[in-house]
Design a protein around this ligand. Structure first.
Ligand code: KIV
Ligand code: ZN
Length: 515
């Protein structure tokens, strides 16, 4: 049986970042891109260069940092988008421009306000311009899942003639059903006369929980590229989860006769990195990367697995990187070991001042916690590289006693000024957040508060996520500490710092959105 190679196109940094509150700093994007390179994805969509100066810089930084994957920028079918994408991609070892325009009747009529022939003309001009800038051009028919097949055939044939070498069929609103979506791909491949000159790709959203199933149906129908994200992150209900796609193809090679180049042992560490940077926890029963994905609770299952693992397990936990969680450093580890481990994790150690700060934080942590794991180091680096802090915690005192109302007193440094506040609350965290608000009066609403243990054991650091909403602008703040009250306050302040620092950026799928 001959095996086809499926191209894995990761869009965690672009579509994943469109999840409300999942925006990442430039440093964080580079760390994720380096992790994706280690994971050996084929294409990394690093962002939407025209969206903001920050997005441009992030695409450029990823294009400079990554050598072993193709780097892609999204661009609407507009001259200014394509020029900006090409400029940001200049440092890339291998670059791709991904240009798109909506093709469904509802999008063409109400969003674009263009006639179908005009849409084809825009697509052709965009692909031709992109081909003048780079060799590798992908064209997407946005909302293909609700587009008319005859129109898709016309526009795709024209885009291939204009030079697109990847044709992406997005189910933008997550409307497709596997058998129907597979049939659509098959029809396009059969009916478009020049279909053999391009790789057909799919990009499925998960509104009906079918993104992975639809992507796999497309592979069976002949698609050669899948667009996906780590942990299924993405706009609304998210995208197809990379880890599920890759492991389905690996585990059922008998059905798919297709493989990917992904180094599966790096799946779990990459999932954890993305979760800790974005502040989107992974649900325990999530396939492949959830904490319970390989845990057997029932006695019958445990007994079966002990007698013969394959009675209840179709994959090996170690093959996707569980147990890769090595104890790496401790109180007595020196600077050289610390630096070497950071480098192994793809974290740059060039900046000596930054190294000194990280090493001092590491020593503080090692005083409180015996074993330092990779996850602890990632949390440490995230904290140190988070946005320039306007609000910083100077001192925290919390009193909590059974039968008494919890009380928090804290002192914040706001730029160069020290300010104190206190408050009571229904619990110690509530009291601490109210004490912050007694000083800051931010006018935000708290949308999510969650605590996770970064590693196992009661000396683990608690990693806290705080989601704040300021008139529709959503940010996720994070904080890690062995004291979860300190971690909570750090996370709240991180969210306030994010709100203070983030410039507005455009959304690729809204026309005339601030550009
Ligand atoms: O969902 C979508 O249609 C997209 C395109 C820009 C590919 O993200
Ligand atoms: Zn999308």
């Amino acid at each position: 049986m001959s095996m086809s190679n499926i191209i894995i196109f990761d869009t965690t940094l672009r579509d994943g970042e469109q999840s409300p509150g999942a925006s990442m700093t430039l440093d964080e994007k580079v760390r994720i891109a380096k992790a994706l390179e280690r994971l050996r994805v084929d294409v990394i969509e690093a962002g939407f260069a025209i969206a903001s100066p920050g997005d441009f810089a992030a695409v450029q930084a990823v294009a400079s940092a990554v050598r072993d994957a193709r780097i892609c920028s999204l661009a609407r079918a507009k001259r200014e988008d394509i020029e900006r994408a090409a400029e940001a991609l200049r440092p890339a070892a291998a670059a791709r421009i991904h240009t798109f325009i909506a093709t469904s009747p509802i999008h063409m009529q109400y969003k674009l306000r263009l006639q179908p022939d005009q849409v084809i003309e825009h697509a052709v001009q965009a692909v031709k311009l992109a081909r003048q800038k780079v060799e590798d051009v992908e064209f997407s028919c946005e909302d293909a899942g609700r587009s008319e097949v005859d129109f898709l055939c016309r526009i795709i044939e024209a885009a291939i003639d204009a030079g697109a070498r990847t044709i992406n069929i997005p189910d933008t609103v997550g409307y497709a059903i596997p058998a129907q979506f597979g049939a659509l791909i098959e029809t396009l491949l059969q009916r478009i006369p020049n279909a053999d000159k391009a790789v057909f790709s799919v990009h499925c959203h998960n509104d009906l929980g079918l993104a992975v199933a639809n992507s796999l149906a497309a592979v069976q129908a002949g698609a050669g590229q899948i667009e996906c994200t780590i942990n299924g992150l993405g706009e609304r209900a998210g995208n197809a989860a990379l880890e599920e796609i890759v492991m389905a193809l690996n585990t059922r090679q008998d059905l798919f006769a297709a493989k990917t180049g992904v180094h599966t042992q790096d799946i779990v560490p990459t999932s954890r990195l993305v979760s800790s940077i974005t502040g989107f926890p992974v649900q325990p029963n999530k396939a492949i990367v959830g904490a319970n994905a390989f845990a057997h609770e029932s006695g019958i299952h445990q007994d079966g697995v002990l007698k013969h693992r394959e009675t209840y397990e179709i994959m090996r936990a170690e093959d996707v990187g569980w147990n890769a969680n090595r104890m790496v450093l401790g109180k007595h580890s020196g600077r050289a070991a610390f630096r070497a481990r950071l480098e192994d994790l793809g974290i740059s150690t060039q900046d000596e001042a930054q190294m000194n700060r990280l090493f001092a934080r590491f020593k503080d942590l090692a005083d409180k916690k015996h074993d330092i794991f990779d996850e602890d180091l990632q949390a440490l680096v995230s904290e140190a590289s988070s946005v320039a802090a306007i609000y910083e915690l100077e001192h925290l005192r919390i009193t909590s006693e059974s039968g008494q109302v919890p009380q928090a007193q804290l002192r914040l440094r706001i730029r160069d000024e020290l300010r104190s506040g206190s408050a009571q609350g229904s619990g110690p965290v509530d009291a601490a957040f109210k004490a912050i608000e007694s000083i800051v009066n931010s006018g935000t609403s708290l949308e999510l508060y969650s605590v996770n243990a970064i590693t196992s054991g009661t000396d683990s650091q608690g990693e806290v996520q705080v989601r704040l909403n300021e008139q529709g602008r959503i940010v996720n703040g994070q904080g890690a500490d062995t004291d979860i009250l300190v971690a909570s306050v750090k996370a709240y302040l991180d969210a306030l710092n994010l709100l203070a620092s983030r410039a507005a950026r455009a959304h690729p799928q809204r026309e005339n959105d601030g550009i």
